[in-house]
Design a protein around this ligand. Structure first.
Ligand code: HMG
Ligand code: MG
Length: 283
């Protein structure tokens, strides 16, 4: 064994948020309950964003209320602002996540704010989370390429990641939102980010639009990253990033990591069942 790598399952959130067809809450709960048997330690199941912006996530509180919580698993939710944080806390989220962007174009399109404005909003969320003892994760989107601004400089990613760390995020997830990163651009980006955030506090979040996500994960492993976000069945995308199809599939990441000698602690048979459920939910 080469060591332990954690897969952070984001399918019920990132995987489903982009589906145009309304998915019944009971189906979302069934997916989470299956995933809870697979061996994950963290599953992102909800998003307390504006229901006008992302209608698919409007039932997030019902999902959190309906799942059978398994011991040892933390159920996570996205929170773009204080209102989202308060909804997430009331619904019983175990972990929240603020989400910013390394590029101005995507920040504006996704959360209707400049990067500076978003960081000011996140400060309010961070203060509330700190007071409540709520663990907070941070996402940086567009870490190599932006659908609006093109190539993103590694230094811009490092700047935003450093600020999220200073706000109290226990982990920063680096998002290749539109799946255009390459092993070279991912390596250059991680070298810059590692100057300001230790590798143990980083996660890789790769969309598989161009089919390079697994290679990019290998590049990130070489830079010391040991947590990867993935969505079972390869569902997903971002409604505000055209072309951002599919997160890398959890079962494919688990298989690649196993072939490389890493232990994920995941049960492939349960992952296959969850992937079949996830694919059936696709419109
Ligand atoms: P805004 O319109 O600028 O917000 O949206 P506002 O503060 O002006 O409020 C407008 C209305 O929204 C008000 O209601 C608020 O109460 C309501 P009204 O008075 O008109 O009836 N509102 C809310 N309602 C419920 N929950 C809330 C909330 N906040 C305001 N939290 C906002 C700003 C950030 C809210 C909006 O832009 C938004 O919700 N954006 C979310 C977009 C999104 O979810 N994108 C996908 C997730 S990010 C992603 O997928 C990337 C990631 O996977 C990593 C990667 O791949 O790179 C994480
Ligand atoms: Mg994503």
């Amino acid at each position: 064994m080469t060591g332990v790598v954690e897969i952070f399952e984001v399918g019920p959130r990132d995987g489903l948020q982009n589906e145009p067809r309304p998915i019944p809450t009971a189906d979302k709960i069934a997916l989470v309950d299956t995933l809870s048997q697979a061996g994950f330690r963290r599953i992102e199941v909800a998003s307390f964003v504006s229901p006008k912006w992302v209608p698919q996530m409007a039932d997030s509180a019902e999902v959190l209320a309906g799942i059978a919580r398994a011991p040892g698993i933390r159920y996570a939710a996205l929170t773009p602002n204080l209102k989202g944080y308060e909804r997430a806390r009331a619904a019983g989220a175990d972990v929240i996540a603020i989400f910013g962007s390394a590029s101005e174009g995507f920040s504006r399109a996704n959360i209707n704010a400049t990067i500076a404005e978003s960081l000011a909003r996140f400060e309010e969320v961070a203060a509330a989370a700190r007071a409540d003892g709520m663990p907070m994760r941070g996402y940086v989107s567009c870490v190599t390429d932006c659908p609006y601004d093109g190539k993103v400089a590694p230094g811009q990613v490092a700047q935003v990641a450093e600020k999220l760390l200073a706000l109290g995020c226990y982990e920063i997830s680096l998002g290749d939102t539109i799946g255009q990163g390459t092993p070279d651009s991912v390596t250059a980006m991680l070298r810059a980010v590692r100057d300001v955030v230790p590798a143990e506090r980083l996660a890789g979040h790769f969309h598989d639009t161009a089919g390079r996500a697994l290679d990019n994960i290998e590049a990130a492993l070489a830079q010391g990253v040991r947590v990867f976000d993935a969505a079972v069945g390869g569902l997903g995308g971002c409604p505000y990033a055209k072309g951002a199809t599919g997160n890398v599939a959890t079962e494919a990441v688990a298989a690649r990591l196993a072939a490389l000698g890493y232990d994920t602690g995941l049960d492939p048979a349960v992952l296959d069942r969850a992937a079949a459920l996830a694919r059936a939910m696709r419109g």
